[in-house]
Design a binder for this molecule. Structure first.
Ligand code: 5GP
Length: 351
């Protein structure tokens, strides 16, 4: 047994120190990023926010709303859409702002193969971004799976995770990932830290993984733990290239969940993808050998996601003005974190 004495930080443990700035208004700030991916050689341009591949967030309706807003935000479609619906979506809506999500099960792979075999893939409207997502990205079979996907899909942008340490971020990039997804345990409906005692404070995970990934020409996506727009600013300030959001995008019209009237108060159910709720819905129950590592919560119904997304982007622009970053790209260079004892715990809009 060993104890690491270094202090590791979460979003709530820091604030961003203001810096002298020549910017007169947040209107002058450009929060778009342009990336060229190491392996696929494709480019991305837009506001690098991704809706998480969760039932109540990574939906086709969310992708349509983001596309209509026109800022280049993307959606990792959840993996439970049937093949026919996915083919229809790619055919009609195209592939510009969605990631096709896949786990590492045979069933997931068969569905992906069936999609790839479809003539749509050859028209340029097929999958061009793939999100390979497992709760624990540290296993050898997962790394082999990433390698296999890279060999099979040389020109598709691959995001893979989740991991929280530099050496594993490097391993995934060297195995073919363009973007490494970072976060074990920070999610708003995640109970991994409680059930297993495993995890890593998210701000430190981002800092360490970004440093490792950038050294190899890879990118990182900070996944989980953002509860307010300021957390997005902290994630980008820490070096994240993309930020993935679950809870902050839950409860909207685009979430494809039922709105329940509870004594005059409208609420929506939101649950982790390894919660009892999700496992009953998609796998017919919780397998005997595992425990659920996600919970089910009720969040207030929040209407159209456009207002929430606009407020988030406003928060991010404003953060950039406070530190004098004319472009989101400059935010991490201009960020000095100060350690604080303050807690900001409630999810934006859910308080
Ligand atoms: P949030 O933005 O809600 O804080 O975090 C979203 C992320 O939580 C997702 O992208 C995913 O990585 C993670 N997540 C979603 N469902 C579960 C779950 O049931 N268990 C765990 N451990 N993590 C989850």
């Amino acid at each position: 047994m060993r104890i690491e004495e270094d202090i590791k930080l979460d979003f709530k443990d820091v604030l961003i120190r203001p810096k002298r700035s020549t910017l007169a208004s947040r209107k002058e700030v450009d929060i778009n990023r342009i990336y060229e991916f190491k392996w696929s050689r494709r480019t991305y341009q837009g506001v690098p926010i991704i809706a998480a591949n969760m039932d109540g967030v990574g939906t086709m309706a969310m992708a349509r709303a983001f596309a209509a807003m026109g800022h280049g935000k993307t959606v990792a479609l959840h993996k439970h859409y049937p093949l026919e619906r996915l083919l229809e979506f790619y055919q009609t809506d195209g592939n510009t702002n969605v990631w096709y999500s896949i786990g590492v099960t045979e069933k997931d792979e068969e569905k992906l193969d069936a999609f790839l075999a479809h003539s749509l893939q050859k028209t340029g409207k097929g999958i061009n971004k793939l999100c390979i997502d497992v709760a624990n990205g540290y296993s050898e079979p997962f790394v082999s799976f990433v390698k296999k996907m890279r060999d099979k899909l040389p020109d598709i942008t691959i995001m893979a995770g989740n991991v929280v340490t530099g050496e594993m971020a490097e391993e995934l990039i060297l195995s073919g990932a363009d973007v490494v997804k970072v976060g074990i345990g920070p999610g708003s409906v995640c109970t991994t830290r409680k059930m297993t005692g495993v995890g890593y404070p998210q701000l430190s995970a981002i800092i360490e993984c970004a440093d490792a990934a950038h050294g190899l020409g890879g990118f990182v996506c900070a996944d989980g733990g953002c509860t307010v727009p300021g957390d997005l600013a902290k994630a980008f300030g820490a070096g994240a290239d993309f930020v993935m959001l679950g809870g902050m995008l839950a409860g909207h019209d685009q979430c494809e969940g039922d709105v329940i009237d509870e004594g005059g108060k409208k609420i929506v159910q939101f649950y982790g993808m390894s919660s009892d709720t999700a496992m009953h819905k998609h796998a017919g129950g919780v397998a005997e050998y595992r425990a659920s590592e996600g919970k089910t919560v009720r969040v207030p119904y929040r209407g159209d996601v456009v207002a929430t997304a606009t407020a988030m982007m406003g928060g991010l622009r404003s953060a950039c003005t406070y530190v004098g970053a004319r472009r989101l790209k400059e935010l991490s260079k201009r960020t000095t974190f100060i350690r604080v004892s303050q807690q900001l715990n409630t999810v934006f809009g859910n308080e």
